[in-house]
Design a protein around this ligand. Structure first.
Ligand SMILES: [Zn+2]
Length: 128
């Protein structure tokens, strides 16, 4: 049997750091979006951080707070994912500058040092 070694800071993969970045980014999004659904304005604890450009296809944008918005359960599953064209249209109209930035990012191949990004995101969170 292989001996289990404890993972030290330096063994952690970029992917591990990416996931940590996503966690911090979500905290930033909750504060930035005032803990209310950006579509219907509903507050509450069933709010989701929903990605604009999907995490699976746009991996490099998955930890960017600009690429996330708070939506309530209903708006997330029964509106955002059910009516993607209408939803996109809404996003473009509601957040035009953000959309421009995101569109540009979506056309690039992004390779991040997530360890570095984690430090930056934590700084950003502190300033909120
Ligand atoms: Zn909603």
């Amino acid at each position: 049997m292989e001996k289990k070694t404890k993972k030290t800071q330096k063994d952690k993969s970029n992917e591990w750091y990416r996931k940590e970045c996503v966690k911090v980014a979500k905290k930033i999004v909750h504060i930035r979006d005032n803990d209310i659904c950006q579509k219907c304005g509903k507050p509450g604890n069933a709010l989701h951080c929903s990605h604009v450009y999907p995490e699976g296809t746009y991996h490099g944008m998955s930890a960017n707070p600009l690429n996330m918005k708070l939506l309530c359960y209903y708006c997330h599953f029964f509106w955002w994912h059910k009516n993607p064209l209408e939803a996109k249209d809404w996003f473009v109209k509601t957040f035009p500058d953000r959309y421009k930035k995101l569109k540009k990012l979506s056309q690039q191949t992004l390779q991040h040092n997530y360890k570095k990004m984690l430090i930056e995101l934590k700084e950003q969170l502190k300033e909120l």
